[in-house]
Ligand binder design. Structure first.
Ligand SMILES: Cc1ncc(COP(=O)(O)O)c(C=O)c1O
Length: 448
């Protein structure tokens, strides 16, 4: 008889070389592990737990719904919590008469948005339109369609033969301008790259352009110049290309506006949402589409040929309604704007460290980029693993942050992202910056 090999772990964790601390509890903006250690969560999970931990209002709504009706097949029945939430979110969209389709998370929402675009043009007798343009420094999800749209080289590398060959234009990244230029003299070459690519591919083949209004964890909070988004909108209009705003991280108040594109008064054609939508109490994603897309499906009586088993889940949508109540009752969008401003003032003090090259972002979404040589903006070599080292030491000091690499050239370029709960106060910011200061002090001692 074959002896089974002893298996050290039955849970298939992401990184088998790591011993992950095990969390058992959360309260407010703090997390606790099974050793009783406390962490200040400056990452809100991964930009998810906007309302903070231990919110009874959300849990009560979920429990009541689970008892009443936990699941509904969305291709056979409607359900009250999903219909109610759709009505509410539709009113928050940056365009009138929106309609909302629910999924279980961000990647699924991106997949559904891609299929909506494709089907929209296919059924309008424009079947050649099938190409989606993305940006080089971006993340849109882990599934193969969403990863095809993603530009983040490190996440794509191993899966390249499985991905669709879609183009990616350079990002709006002024600290390391891909065109080696400076705003405003650059004449927004990064935005005009979209038109160039549409013309190269052929407008009749391009169905959409997807981008994060402010690049989140893939770029460390890259905020574009003021006229970037209006120029992009104009290019999409002129070539009949649908504009998909990936607001998975930036949506629901993260940047100090309900949706980040509001900073530039630009309305996309589709908005992709997840993360903060349900504050992490239940998996949920959504796509908001503008009236003309939905009207087309309706006028032709055309079903969307796409279904996820857990779409429009009544427990998840109940959680999201309660999370939205909290967002409104506690003015968390405004709090993100006000506390965000304070956060950026306090983060500036970290510039005393020679390794801090850039600090950027908006609201409660911040990125710190680390460099080996500040005047030349030279990144640390990828192998040095600087951002992981920083995040690891911060974690030991009881601070949760989100590290990333590859922002400079696809592999090198270390960043640390901060996207804390929207309930953060000035005191929390002070505590976070104090811990970051102690972390960078220790890291400086290690690398010099
Ligand atoms: C901007 C953006 N889009 C899409 C996704 C994918 O969402 P999910 O991980 O929920 O599938 C993420 C996740 O981090 C994201 O940040």
């Amino acid at each position: 008889m074959m002896m089974k090999q002893a298996n050290p772990s039955t849970l298939f964790t992401l990184d088998p070389s790591r011993n992950y601390p095990v969390l058992v509890r959360g309260k407010g903006v703090y997390l606790y592990d099974d050793q009783g250690k406390q962490y200040l969560d400056a990452a809100a999970g991964i930009g998810v737990v906007a309302a903070g931990y231990g919110r009874k209002k959300i849990v009560t709504a979920m429990a009541a719904q689970a008892l009443e009706l936990p699941y509904v097949a969305s291709n056979i029945f409607g359900n009250v919590p999903a219909t109610r939430l759709a009505k509410r979110i539709a009113r928050l969209m940056p365009f009138d008469n929106a309609s909302i389709h629910f999924t279980s998370g961000g990647s699924e929402a991106v997949e559904a948005a891609i299929k909506i675009c494709r089907q929209y043009f296919f059924d309008r007798d424009m079947p050649d339109k099938h190409i989606l343009i993305g940006r080089q420094t971006s993340y849109h999800g882990a599934t193969l369609g969403a990863l095809s749209a993603t530009g983040y080289a490190g996440r794509r590398k191993k899966f390249l033969p499985l991905l669709l060959d879609w183009p990616h234009i350079p990002p709006a990244y002024c600290y390391r301008c891909p065109f080696d230029d400076t705003y405003p003299g650059c004449d927004l070459a990064c935005a005009h790259a979209l038109e160039k690519t549409i013309l190269e591919v052929g407008a009749k083949k391009v169905m959409g352009f997807i981008a994060e209004p402010i690049v989140g964890a893939a770029g460390g909070a890259l905020v574009p110049p003021p006229d970037y988004w209006p120029v992009i909108r104009d290019i999409c209009n002129r070539h009949e290309v649908l504009l998909i705003a990936d607001e998975v991280l930036t949506g629901f108040g993260r940047t100090g506006k309900l949706f980040a594109l509001e900073h530039w008064n630009v309305a996309p054609d589709l908005v992709v949402m997840a993360k903060g939508i349900s504050s992490g109490y239940a998996p949920l994603g959504a796509i908001g589409v503008n009236r003309s897309i939905r009207t087309f499906f309706e006028s032709k009586q055309m079903p969307l040929d796409h279904i996820f088993t857990f779409a429009a889940n009544p427990v998840s949508t109940s959680a999201a309604s309660a999370a939205l109540d909290i967002l409104e009752e506690e003015s968390l969008v405004r709090n993100a704007a006000v506390i965000g401003e304070y956060m950026f003032q306090r983060l500036e003090t970290l510039k005393k460290y020679a390794m801090v090259g850039d600090i950027r972002g908006l609201g409660l979404l911040a990125g710190i980029e680390f460099v080996r040589d500040i005047s030349m903006r030279t990144p640390f070599p990828h192998q040095a693993g600087i951002s992981k080292l920083i995040a690891g030491i911060a974690l030991k000091k009881g601070l949760v942050t989100y590290p990333g690499t590859g922002v400079a050239d696809g592999t090198a370029g270390d960043i640390l992202s901060l996207f804390p709960p929207l309930t953060f106060t000035r005191d929390h910011v002070d505590e976070m910056v104090k811990k970051l200061d102690a972390t960078l002090d220790e890291v400086t001692g290690i690398i010099t």
